[in-house]
Every structure is written in C-alpha cells, then in structure tokens.
Design a protein around this ligand. Structure first.
Ligand code: FMN
Length: 211
C-alpha cells in the first residue's frame, strides 16, 4: 500500500473486533512514530501502551463513556514532555554531526532553555510546539495502522485529570491524545470534507485561483 492509498483509506474507526494486536505490530506502529519529524529534532513525544482490559474500561469512562475507547484491544496514550526542549543544544549538536545543519547553527539556536527555568509565556510556546510535534508522530501511527489493516480513532475528548490519574502521568507531562487501535468491525464511507477552494488561497490570503 502506498501513502496515497493509506491516506484515502483511513477513517476514524469506532467499532473494533476483539482480536488483539500483536506485539510485533505494536512495535512497528511505535517505530513509525519514532521516525516522525520534530522541531530541531526534539522528539518530545512519549507513549503509554495500554492493553489491560480494566484500564481500557477506565479510560473509556474517563473519555465520557466513548465506547470505542474501551472496545479497542489496544490504546496508545500519547503524551509530550516539554522538558525535551531543554535538551535543545544536544539535539542541535547531533544534527550538526549528522550533517543536517551547518556548524554555526550552534550559535544561532541559542541554548536558551536552562533546565528548571520556564516562564508561563515560554511554557505556552513550548506546549504548542510539543503538541504539534506529537500530533505528527500520532498521525504516522494512524497511517501506518491502515497498512496493517488496523483501525484507529484520535480521541481528545476526555477528562484530562482522570486519564492522568489512571495512567499515573506526572504533572510535568502533557497528555495529547488517546489512540484506540484494533481491527475494524465497520467500514465507514469517506467523511465529508471541504472543497479545496474553501481552504486554499493563491499568493495572498483570501485570493482564489482566478481572483
Ligand atoms: C485532534 C482530534 C481529536 C478527536 N477527538 C475525537 C474524540 O474524542 N472522539 C471521537 O470519536 N473522534 C474524535 N476525533 C475524530 C474526528 O471526529 C474525525 O477525524 C472527523 O470526524 C473526520 O472523520 P474521519 O477521521 O473518519 O475522516 C478526533 C480527531 C482529531 C484529529
């Protein structure tokens, strides 16, 4: 299956068969997340693999009883550690060593984030960056799952505190999404999407192709 097919075939799946997802496939899904790009290669994503039926049931309840959450035999809870940005200088050095950045990048990307020092404003910006980066890794898993015949559903509608408590996620870690995964028990049609003309402009914001 090529990427184009995976993108076209993907749906949010909300009915799953009980069949388990093998350890091998789980590792391959996580591997596809690991290879995702991130700003300055900070790789802030962290994942919790949840297979235990009781925990999945608790996560369903914490997700306002969305049944597909508990029904999926596997949930990957996707988190981000904004302290990853504190390792900025190390990541830049690695990129320089790998030939991805010129040596002078070390001076341009100022190692401004000393560990333990974080204003509310900086935290806000890092939170946006960490969320964006982790979202990319999640979507890598989502598309890889399609090739394996697996279904997924992004879940962001949950009680953050409850999920944190169930999974013992420390306060310093951001909870980004839950990703229920399993073999689909439904084949939904393509969901509605805006036409490109509603979302794409040319040269300047608001300019249509012919205006
Ligand atoms: C960030 C994000 C959060 C979402 N949260 C939920 C959710 O909590 N529960 C759910 O059933 N679907 C959730 N969805 C799935 C969307 O409803 C779905 O992507 C959209 O309706 C389009 O359908 P499709 O994914 O099948 O193309 C979420 C999707 C995204 C990207």
């Amino acid at each position: 299956m090529d990427v184009r097919d995976a993108i076209r075939k993907r749906r949010s799946i909300r009915k799953f068969k009980p069949d388990p997802v093998s350890d091998e496939l789980i590792v391959q899904l996580l591997e596809s997340a690991r290879l995702a790009p991130s700003g300055s290669n900070t790789q802030p994503w962290r994942f919790i693999v949840v297979r235990d039926a009781e925990t999945r049931q608790k996560l369903q309840m914490a997700s306002y009883n969305q049944r597909h959450v508990g029904q999926a035999p596997l949930i990957i809870a996707c988190c981000a550690d904004i302290r990853a940005f504190g390792e900025f200088p190390e990541r830049i050095d690695e990129l320089i060593a790998a030939g991805a950045l010129p040596a002078k990048s070390r001076e341009v990307f100022v190692p401004s984030l000393k560990k333990g020092e974080m204003s509310a404003d900086l935290k806000w910006h890092l939170l946006i960056a960490a969320t964006g980066n982790t979202d990319i890794a999640i979507e890598h898993m989502v598309l890889q799952a399609v090739e394996f015949g697996l279904g997924t559903c992004w879940v962001r509608w949950f009680d953050d505190n409850k999920v944190r408590e169930i999974l013992e996620i420390p306060k310093s870690i951001e909870l980004i999404a839950l990703l229920p995964i399993g073999y689909p028990a439904e084949e939904p049609p393509q969901r509605p999407r805006f036409d490109l003309s509603k979302v794409v402009y040319y040269e300047k914001y608001g300019k249509g192709v012919n205006s």
